[in-house]
Ligand binder design. Sequence first.
Ligand code: GLN
Ligand code: ZN
Length: 779
Amino acid sequence: MIDATVSHIGRLTSLENMAKTHNLGFPRIGAKRELKFGLEAYWKGQATLDALEALGATLRKRHWQDQAALDLTPVGDFAFYDQVLDMSFTLGNLPARVQGFHGNVLDNYFRVARGRSAQRADEHAECCGGVAAGEMTKWFDTNYHYIVPEFSAGTAFTLDASRLIGQLAEARAAGVNAKPVIIGPLTYLWLGKAKDDSDKLALLPRLLPVYVELLNTLAAEGVQWVQIDEPILVTELDAQWQQAFETAYAALAVVPINRLLATYFGELQENLPLACRLPVDGLHLDAVNARDEVSAVMAALPADKVVSLGVVNGRNIWKSDLNAVLDWLEPVARQLGERLWVAPSCSLLHVPVDLDSEQTLDAEIRSWLAFAKQKLAEVTVLARAINDGREAVAAELDANAQAIASRRTSPRVHNPAVKAAVSRIEAALGRRQRPYAERAPKQAAKLNLPLYPTTTIGSFPQTAEIRAARSRFKSGELDQAGYVAAMQREIERSVHEQEALGLDVLVHGEAERNDMVEYFGEQLDGYAFSQFGWVQSYGSRCVKPPIMFGDIRRPRPMTVEWITYAQSLTSKPMKGMLTGPVTILNWSFVRDDQPRAVSCLQLALAIREEVLDLERAGVRVIQIDEAALREGLPLRRAQWQSYLDWAVESFRITANGVRDDTQIHTHMCYSEFNDILPAIADMDADVITIETSRSDMELLDAFDSFRYPNDIGPGVYDIHSPNIPTQAHMVSLMRKAAQRIPAQRLWVNPDCGLKTRQWAEVVPALRNMVAAAKTLRAG
Ligand code: GLN
Ligand code: ZN
């Protein structure tokens, strides 16, 4: 550009030099979980497909309005169930078992997602009937679950861009500057599973033309920028995968569209040079987790490329320290000029929608928080400070500084007694008195269980009556005594059902627990709760992570009365049911002002007191769920061991203070655990129950090379699907298990808790399960 032109259009140039704002993805569930309720109504046959589609459109539109202040807005981040499954449908990669379906695409989509679509009496009885649901696993190190793409050597891809194009048209009608979001080809392949053990990467030559066609379709629609998510760039990639990136992005480069390559959740490390040389038009970096890499990226990246910096944490709910961010960002911004885009670190899928919905949150704590909408407001303030100077947003920055200072110094955050107890922890606290081989006979003598004992994972269906009683209690309509009586009736029902079914080790059913983490958080000092702080876990399922803001202390027993009541109703052993420290930590929004390990040890000491109280109350079996232990693993293997060290130690401190004849169970919802089996064995639980049924016991392959020393219950009933497993199927799964693990150490149980199911499904399924155990005992 020549000088005269610059001065002539000076104002315009300064506009062009401005940092832009954008977002990588917005939570789709709705501020009041509208999507959940819409989906469930449709699945139950209470709402039409049109109504569900209309709800989707309403939510998308509202969410775009919520992002109106941004320069570029994500489109295609909305999914009715899962964005990875959306991508599978976009790429025409449908499992063979649902191909040729003649009904609506969305019905077929739900069949893959959850094994079936809506309950509609006649017309779709055959086509919408049950199929095996797609496998589900965790999205990187988050608590979001995606549906695993299925591949085989013969997998072919065909483009179906209709969903994206439709949403693009809606976005434009809503006046949105749309930036379609897709999952990149390598991350897509990496997330999937080759059912025939073929090489997934061999599919790349077939996959790339479909991506090229997709980008061409978007370009033809006039799209300027497309965001291509490749979060696997923050993981360890071997040379083949790195090479595949080069091949793939060279192929995509022919399309006349601007490509923003998005990485998040961690550092690029050895993939940094690769990410910087790919022929794309911009790179998004997680500048919260990978801030130290920003200067290296700026040095490596060609000077015409956009640098998108995710400076607002998309994974937690704390306000950013905006002045501190600016201290760091301003010099960077001066170097980058118009090449700088400002954004949250990752999709906001992982945080709740709107802090403004909260009516009851303590005002001081609330002043420390930011949900999705507030995080986008932070992005906007930061960009204005960059573009117009801090004085332009002085009021916002002052208010932010006050909130940050208040949190740092609040006496509600720090409890010296708790800090002292953590500093006194020593190894003996985490050791059982005797090894498993010596404890097991003592427990057997006390519990008197048959071979292949049956049990369940803890929860029974959360019925409408339970939910009604809870909400009447919360609103004050029902008093404490009335609530306790209502829950006791549910416990009684669970116990009677289990006795009638002939289960061996019973559970109280967890009726009184809205959520396995929130329930404990509510009773611990140092936790705060939101009313609408929902985050999608999978499909219509949401969790409301409690907010750990301060040092943790257990003021009083949390479960003892419920469990002893349940035990009083039966002579069979009743499991005390607790959530373990690692899971509470991993499913909470945790402090960012102390190491996770320290927060976890504080939780361990609190739950340990509960374990010992249960034992003192005569409870013979105590289950400590560590459902989320695996998902806390760092994305990079190099960091696994240090996580496992403190996570396993925290569990051991919680569990291992009991007598030899008290049986400790743990439960994990894993999709893969082969690689951490030694750490799991180190926890030294007497019994572990795990998720295995969807993978056809493949998970147990690990036991070929590692001899798990204690008892194990591989789940035989897929509780994520409404389908009822047959006795024969469960027997065959257990026989596969018995090939790897001696029958004397096997338990028969579902994959996970039954709270999301209905009694009408649970009773026949468990009846079949108990019958399966009897068949197995007969040999
Ligand atoms: N005890 C819990 C339940 O049954 C375990 C849930 C889980 O592992 N996610 O609901
Ligand atoms: Zn589970």
